[in-house]
Design a binder for this molecule. Structure first.
Ligand code: GUN
Ligand code: ZN
Length: 434
């Protein structure tokens, strides 16, 4: 293949570390007039335009953006593909919401054509919002995952997904069995895990909808293949937690159910964790597991306020999740807007650089992909986005009053949404243009 080399000149910002660990100033790198050089789908150089330009061939193709900020592609560590059609469903909290809206909506994925149609809408929506990697729940139907991976593969996206395993406490039309879920997951792993930039996640929905036999087989799968992910829900809602205690009286709390079935580990991501206690955070951290913080969902479903400072105290890996369709926006910028308010309600702060970290490098670390995505370090995948300072009249006017990159970033996260994302690049290819 001929060498393809391109450069992008703009203001450029990325995270280097968690501000909670190194302090805000050491946590990021900012180039007011920066240059990002891409070769064959990877980043080959990043720096000040004045330093890099003299070293590049005179005929290199340079795209120069005025009034724009390049950042790494955003990372969504918790989202449901088959809930795209039910965002904003009125009136219920988690358990009634699942029965009233979620299960009927997910049942439509028994139809392959429907799965393909929604996979296409879903991926376009991710890219319109600047999300280049997501950890995705399919439905119980393997074809939901096939449709998603087929669409992601065409665009060479780095994506992780799995079919839901659910063999009890759900309508008959939407359950598998312990054995069928194991066989179907295995077939999907064989077909997709490690193909291009795709990865598979073993996906028991949550403890109440799996028998002990199914949870045991989920744990067994994780032992059978290297580098598999595991995704599930935990401690989102108080009624849910009581239900888990009643279903698993022999276990020492919600996390212990998953721990017992060997579902904790470095590639395990637990969504919500709103009501986790200190000991559970410590155990998650000790096993290298991660939590997906889903503020729009936790507010919309009335689940509660995630205690980010407690997670930080335990050095627990935290990523950000939209949790569509319990969450109300595909936009991680809007998700950060709500995350800030969740911290405010607890008397805490969420600095713009911590927010940047959560949506990029923090998510990459939660997924153990920090060598590939989440920053703009040379050698990593060229997954990046271009944010437009003039996306709306208000944003344009407001940003003229911003005095530094911290203020600019905070305003982008407060007022920004899909309109703010001018372009999205994956593996060096433009996959979205506003
Ligand atoms: N717990 C079990 N299933 C779900 C789901 O689909 N969404 C959310 N938010 N929580 C869950
Ligand atoms: Zn969820």
């Amino acid at each position: 293949m001929p060498l393809t080399r391109k450069a992008y000149r703009a203001a450029i910002l990325h995270s280097l570390a968690d501000p909670a660990e190194v302090g805000v100033e050491a946590s990021y790198e900012y180039f007011e007039d920066g240059l990002l050089v891409i070769e064959n789908g990877r980043i080959s150089a990043l720096g000040h335009a004045s330093d890099l330009l003299p070293r590049l061939p005179a005929d290199i193709d340079i795209t120069h953006y005025q009034d724009a900020l390049i950042t790494p592609g955003l990372i969504d560590t918790h989202i449901h593909l088959p809930q795209t059609g039910m965002v904003g469903a009125y009136g219920e909290q988690l358990l009634d919401w699942l029965n009233t809206y979620t299960f009927p909506c997910e049942s439509q994925f028994a139809d392959k054509a429907h799965a393909e149609e929604v996979a296409d809408i879903f991926i376009k929506e991710l890219l319109r919002n600047g999300t280049t990697t997501a950890l995705v729940f399919g439905s119980v139907h393997p074809q939901s995952v096939n449709a998603f991976f087929e669409a992601a593969e065409k665009l060479d996206l780095r994506m992780i997904a799995g079919k839901v395993m659910m063999d009890r406490n759900a309508p008959d039309y939407l359950t598998d069995t312990a054995e069928s879920s194991y066989q179907q997951s295995k077939a999907l792993i064989e077909r997709w895990h490690g193909k291009g930039r795709l990865h598979y996640a073993v996906t028991p929905r949550f403890a109440p909808t799996s028998t002990p036999e199914q949870l045991a087989l989920a744990g067994q799968l994780l032992g059978e293949y290297p580098d598999l992910y595991m995704q599930t829900h935990i401690s989102e809602n108080k009624q849910e937690i009581e239900w888990v205690k009643a279903l698993f009286p022999e276990r020492d709390g919600y996390l212990d159910v998953y721990d017992h079935y060997k579902l904790l580990g470095e590639r395990s991501v637990f969504a919500h964790g709103v009501h986790l206690c200190d000991e559970e955070c410590a155990r998650l951290a000790e096993t290298g597991s991660a939590v997906a913080f889903c503020p729009t969902s936790n507010l919309f479903l009335g689940s509660g306020l995630f205690n980010l400072p407690m997670a930080e105290k335990h050095k627990l890996n935290v990523g950000l999740g939209t949790d569509i369709g319990g969450g109300t926006s595909f936009s991680l910028l809007q998700t950060l807007n709500e995350a800030y308010k969740v911290m405010q309600l607890q008397g805490a702060r969420l600095s713009p650089f911590k927010s940047l970290y959560l949506a990029t490098l923090g998510g990459a670390r939660a997924l153990r992909l920090e060598d590939r995505i989440g920053t703009l370090q040379p050698g990593t995948d060229a997954d990046f986005i271009v944010l437009d300072y003039n996306a709306t009249p208000l944003l344009s006017y407001r940003l003229k009053q911003a005095n530094n990159i911290a203020e600019t970033l905070f305003v982008l996260m407060t007022l920004g949404d899909d309109r703010t994302v001018l372009q999205t690049y994956a593996a060096g290819n433009r996959v979205h243009q506003r």
